[in-house]
Design a protein around this ligand. Structure first.
Ligand SMILES: C[S@@+](CC[C@H](N)C(=O)[O-])C[C@H]1O[C@@H](n2cnc3c(N)ncnc32)[C@H](O)[C@@H]1O
Length: 276
């Protein structure tokens, strides 16, 4: 059985499946990458051909395999305080404004934040740290922090709250000592259970609406690089629908969705607000 490379026809079938499941459109040049990743999976599962794997995968006959497959074709790169300016805005502008609005009785003492496509959770935990740093001013508030991703593997990792050293490269020493415990033998860091308890993680596909109450702020960053325009449109409409009136969408620098945010008011290059 030749397992060296997918044929163009097999490649097309796999990438159509990936597109339908995730919205990610693999370019023609990705045939070698996809072949390598699937081949590794075939060896692990002792499956003899791409064809056999395709059938088992698409007929959902291998429990949990869709998750493995999606992990093999998506990129999960993330770290704490990634693109620091977004968190400066969150700390210096967003949180104080929310508190002022509540003290002027323009809103309830409740706050809902969503890190959409959160990978292993660093983005949501960064937001939890930002909120925790002003927790005394939020005493008595109902605060909800949600992280979601299409990958169940990433969601499980996020719930565990254990991170490699490189995830904390942009985290100050002060925050490291306050919010993390270092693992033995320099093996990484585990986040304090107090923060784990603040955060909820669940699987969610951006191509579907999220069945939740509206959010005051949604972070959606470094996700759409491989999406085509059609799936970006679907995902962006779902996100806009999930925002509360006056809520903010924080977008990544390379996501290329600026022209799809028509209903939102542009505040800065990375920040968009839903009209009241
Ligand atoms: C590069 S990570 C971004 C993590 C984080 N937002 C950040 O900026 O550091 C991209 C994540 O998007 C997730 N993803 C890809 N397609 C998705 C979809 N259709 N719905 C939800 N998550 C998706 C992947 O599983 C991956 O964990």
């Amino acid at each position: 059985m030749d397992l060296t490379k997918l044929t163009p026809d097999e490649f097309d079938r796999f990438r159509t499946f990936i597109y339908e499941e995730t919205g990610i459109r693999l370019a023609d040049g990705k045939i070698t990458l996809l072949s390598n990743r699937i081949r590794r999976r075939l060896r692990e599962l002792d499956i003899e051909s791409f064809e056999e794997y395709y059938n088992l995968l698409t007929q959902k006959k291998l429990k949990g395999e869709l998750e493995h497959f999606i992990d093999a074709v998506t990129t999960n790169e993330t770290h704490f305080f990634r693109t620091g300016g977004h968190f400066d805005w969150f700390i210096d502008s967003f949180l104080p404004t929310i508190r002022t609005e509540a003290s002027e009785k323009k809103r309830d003492k409740s706050l809902r934040i969503w890190s959409a496509a959160c990978s292993s959770g660093e983005e949501l935990y960064t937001l939890a740290i930002c909120v925790d740093e002003s927790r005394h001013q939020f005493a008595g508030w109902k605060i909800s922090l949600l992280g979601s991703d299409i990958s169940e593997t990433m969601i499980s990792a996020a719930r565990k709250g254990v991170f490699p050293n490189r995830s904390l490269d942009q985290t100050t020493d002060e925050r490291r000592s306050r919010y993390f415990a270092q693992l033995q033998d320099d093996a990484g860091w585990s986040i304090r259970s107090r923060l784990i308890n603040l955060c909820e993680f669940k699987r969610h596909n951006l191509l579907e609406p999220i069945p939740d109450d509206p959010f005051d702020c949604i972070f959606i960053r470094n996700v759409f690089i491989y999406f085509d325009k059609k799936s970006k449109e679907v995902a962006v409409q779902n996100l806009i629908q999930a925002l509360a009136p006056g809520g903010f969408l924080v977008v990544g620098p390379a996501d290329g969705i600026y022209d799809l945010l028509g209903d939102l008011n542009k505040k800065t290059i990375f920040l968009y607000q839903k009209p009241y």
